[in-house]
Write a protein that binds this ligand. Sequence first.
Ligand SMILES: Nc1nc2c(ncn2[C@@H]2O[C@H](COP(=O)(O)OP(=O)(O)OP(=O)(O)O)[C@@H](O)[C@H]2O)c(=O)[nH]1
Ligand SMILES: [Mg+2]
Length: 450
Amino acid sequence: MERDPTPDVPLLAGMAGLDAGRSQTSHQNRRALLLTRETDTAEFEALAATLGIDIVETIFQRGKPEPRVHLGRGKIEEIAEQMGMRNEGHPWDGIDLILVHHNALPRQLVNLDDALGMEVWDRVRLLLELFTQHAASVEARVQVRIARLLADRSILRELVHRETMGERLGYGAGGRTGWRSVMEATQFEIARLRRRQKKFSRSLAERRRQRVRSGALSVGVSGYTNAGKSLLFSALTGKPVLIQDQVFSTLETTVGRMEKSPRVLLVDTIGFIDRIPADLLDAFSATLREALTCDLLLLLVDASDTPNELRRKLATSRRELFERMEDEVGPLTLILLTKADLCDEEDLRKAVSAVEEVGLLKPLIVSAHTGAGLEELRAAILTALHGPPLTLTLSTGEEPLAALIARVHREAMVIDVMTRKDKTEIRGWIDEASAARLEKEHPEQVMINS
Ligand SMILES: Nc1nc2c(ncn2[C@@H]2O[C@H](COP(=O)(O)OP(=O)(O)OP(=O)(O)O)[C@@H](O)[C@H]2O)c(=O)[nH]1
Ligand SMILES: [Mg+2]
């Protein structure tokens, strides 16, 4: 069958799997109009700004979303008319994109596209574009592609329906290619990518099993997007990762060893956002599972947000976490207030009470930027994983004392060392298996007290 390489409807985020090349297009400096029913559009605007899109004007209409075109039909007609009258110097000159502040229904998107004759993105599509640009690894790219095609499929269902009803033609010259065949190609592509993704999840699961077998303990770093997860991960592991003042910089998991405690593994991962459709997150479920199937979870909350923002993001993070837990209890969780360096005492006090209000434990206050609170955080992580620190008393004997001390330093996180004549006392955290091995191998020389 002959296919037109680009369908004439720019509604399809993944080009229905027909044209993979287009999916990495830059949207830098595009001019857009934003349509909204809500007054607070700050987060949406930040998402658009991340892509370099310039929102020229925001059109706000009070009232409930309408099923046809989200705003009122009259309003959309007015906009279409204005668009038609644009000339050079018109404030809307150069606009080629309509943004809708809403997770729109397929029907609304198709209607808007028809009415305005212009590319239309809703919030989901905006997120998809962002994910596409930030997907750095093969794994992330496959996940994003599945998410895009799933979004396309819902729109294609609508187009097929209209085609069947005779309301809309197929694409290509004279509408000769039916949407039904595009839909089939999309289904096929989704199935193919899902098989690839299954392989990824299997190898992730295998890696996780290997880590468990090796006796390592894992700590997931979770939280709303842009909360500071990657910077904290980097500060604790010394491993460089992408850190940007942008939402969704991170789309895949990175595992790193906590400095000074090589048996503790930290897992950096994708963040949460409000009202993300299940389909979209499902594409990332293997990635999230990696961070959430852990021995301890850190839940990061940006202390420099206003108390209202903080409460909203905390609620979203908790809901997402709760829905994704394999058992009802989930791993032990520490709440962290991050970016403390950007706050004064009053801000911090308000942030702490916002966390406590919802019945969570007292948060730890940290700044990955200045390093404040990080030693306390390491101690809290180790205590949560291994219990309170132990004291090891090492005595002279068959094995040279210096060798024993060096080994303890390698395997434990040492808090302090006291040297007497023929004995050395070391206080620190050590995992049970290492402690048991030490005692078993050198029963005369090693004594452990809690
Ligand atoms: N001042 C200050 N800035 C911070 C701190 N932690 C993170 N940031 C900044 O906050 C922004 C986001 O940090 P990231 O570590 O990328 O956040 P993330 O949670 O990994 O974000 P995503 O991966 O995009 O979800 C960056 O500009 C960081 O430099 C902090 O403790 N203090
Ligand atoms: Mg990150």
